[in-house]
Design a protein around this ligand. Sequence first.
Ligand SMILES: *Cc1c(COP(=O)(O)O)cnc(C)c1O
Length: 496
Amino acid sequence: MYTSTRDNSVRVTAAQAIANGISKDGGLFVPTEIPTLTLDEIKELSALDYQGRAVKVLGKYLSDFTHEELVDCVSGAYGGGKFSSEKIAPVVKVDGSAYIQELWHGPTCAFKDMALQILPHLLTRAAKKTVGDKQIVILVATSGDTGKAALEGFKDVPNTKILVFYPSDGVSVMQKLQMVTQEGENVGVCAIKGNFDDAQSGVKAIFTDPDVAKLLDDNGMQFSSANSINWGRLAPQIVYYVSAYCDLVEQGAIKLGDKINVAVPTGNFGNILAAYYAKQMGLPVDKLICASNANNVLTDFLGNGVYDRNRSFYTTISPSMDILISSNLERLLYILSGGDDKKTAGYMAELSKNGKYTVDADILAKIKADFCAGCCDDEQTKTTIGEVYKEKNYLCDTHTAVAVKVYNEYRAATGDETATVIASTASPFKFTASVLSAVDASLVKGEEYEMAKALADATGVECPVQLCGLEDRAVRFSTVIEKSEMQAAVYNMLGI
Ligand SMILES: *Cc1c(COP(=O)(O)O)cnc(C)c1O
């Protein structure tokens, strides 16, 4: 069963947690008990492929789904050649104790696919268990990666519709191309004149408007959410950390039972929280290394226990980590406070009122036992991309480079040579201009596809077809609306 981080009296099934997204009290759903994973089980999982591992790990959390349902969900997400690597999330040795796990072989070339490919399958089954045969309507406001990954995930999924709003001048060239050429009969994409916050506030307002809900209900529809606090996005992320460990055992890089470290480029704290859950289950993990860009609110917090969002916001070359409120941190606070709903709710109330809270000394001590944190700026990010490419012959994107840099600093400072899995969250071709300038600044010129070609030519790394194939795709969605017209756009798309 699941409860809320802000009210321990809540009891819902996994299906309800996924269908509802967020608890009515504003808290996040968390399992009342974290299931265990023994070394014997890890040994068994090592012999399975990614899908086999996913069914087993997800089954521990989604116990109200049948085995057949989970097999269907997993094969719908990770089967059928949707990922360009057979291993789904392959682990590549970079040097010494550093291993990179590539989480971007899915349809949109960012790690969001790992969860958003399976979420629609989980969500439609969860909805069937909880609200019957209503059509599920997903609204997304995006600053780039999430919108495209959600579109690909929900594309042509029966009984669902998805509409994505993005700020017309607020996404990268490649990200915009990915969205406006989106295929599928149940999808809609709309640009708004405004910034990401406008898009997000607009979606929130529509989502919580009782009149809109009533009209949808009259038409046999219901809103649901695909954002990163949904348990249906977190659970699938636990799987790939278990899978990375199994791969290292299989490759002989570690022995069963040896500890590993994990380094994660972090924004909303979702990805690294999944690694924390894996550790709590019993996966032998020592340090969780949390890497941030110039928006280093988490570096400070994990170091001194003070979360303070009252600081400048920086637009960086790793935009998916440009976040000052890391929503998933609430789940960690709940666990570390021993499941204290009042205390967790109190911290969150302080955050929304003053933009700041300080955790108790015992919570900080627990944080320090598991986590290390570091950050780097854009210059250091680019230098790292250049060095890793020239010295290790590995090309990484701007987000991954932040984690590599922070890990290298950790390793130098501590002398810790424990095998470490660095989460690689995007293909370098999603952020071509920045990566190209790190490899050879003289090549940065011309249109997006010319630069992608230059990057491929200079490095011998192929541009994923999911990105370069877009050049020939027809633009399907060119509507740009005022932010006041979002509700009308939703009705129009739904035909109500
Ligand atoms: C979303 C994203 C991140 C941040 O992940 P969180 O789960 O929010 O910490 C990092 N890198 C890329 C490329 C992303 O799209």
